[in-house]
Ligand binder design. Sequence first.
Ligand SMILES: NC(=O)c1ccc[n+]([C@@H]2O[C@H](COP(=O)([O-])OP(=O)(O)OC[C@H]3O[C@@H](n4cnc5c(N)ncnc54)[C@H](OP(=O)(O)O)[C@@H]3O)[C@@H](O)[C@H]2O)c1
Length: 246
Amino acid sequence: MSDIQGKVVIITGASSGIGEATAKELASKGAILVLAARREDRLKQLQEEIQNGGGQAIYKVTDVTSNEQMEELAEFTLKSFGKIDVLVNNAGVMPHSFLYKKEIDDWNKMIDVNIKGVLYGIAAVLPSMRERKEGHIINVSSVAGHVVGAGSTVYASTKHAVRAISEGLRKEELINNIRSTIISPGAVTSELIEGVTDPDLVPVIEKLYEMAIGADSIARAIAFAMEEPADVAINEMIIRPTRQER
Ligand SMILES: NC(=O)c1ccc[n+]([C@@H]2O[C@H](COP(=O)([O-])OP(=O)(O)OC[C@H]3O[C@@H](n4cnc5c(N)ncnc54)[C@H](OP(=O)(O)O)[C@@H]3O)[C@@H](O)[C@H]2O)c1
């Protein structure tokens, strides 16, 4: 029996891309899933697909930028299954632009979803994990959490923040046996690049994503981190296309 079997896992951003692939991978390994995102039709479709394949999943429409909704998501999970073993803080947006273009709404969106959403998620699950002295929080950062490129300054800042938050979390909660994992993907096929609309950056991104790898590779990395015994923490993984230079 794998160490994923029977684990109760919340996945944010489960309605597409990496979140959706992770839900399918973990369901196939016996996890009990709580799917969260804003698009209900997508969540419902994924829930049905998982259930038809013999897996277990429920969903809750959740906007990660709302602390209240993140707390409700944790409460819903605890009411439904009595525990939260793993939170996959995966929801994210990437509307790249150059700083001089002053796309303040996009900056705020990235800060709200990519940073505050991750913090609200952590805050929502920590009380029950601390009480049980057991748990695992997996935060999806990016290669942009390691490398800053022209046009990706704000996105990269948010992804650097995700790594800083994860490391702080690790140090604060190791005493409570709570594991912290940073997943840093390179170019992965998903809907993420649809958020890039700046005409100066669209061709750059399209070129980079010609080499994009499947979201299933990231899903397997997440499963690997979960499968290790509770006294082993896989703290960080970078998963790039082989041909991606930076
Ligand atoms: N694809 C890549 O190349 C790549 C590389 C490095 C890191 N990442 C990271 O991987 C994560 C997943 O992205 P992806 O590539 O799978 O892109 P995606 O297909 O666009 O998925 C993003 C997910 O985030 C959700 N989301 C966005 N805003 C939200 C909000 N306010 N509240 C709740 N959910 C929200 C979306 O669902 P709804 O719209 O239904 O809410 C969607 O399910 C992100 O953190 C991204 O930064 C991706």
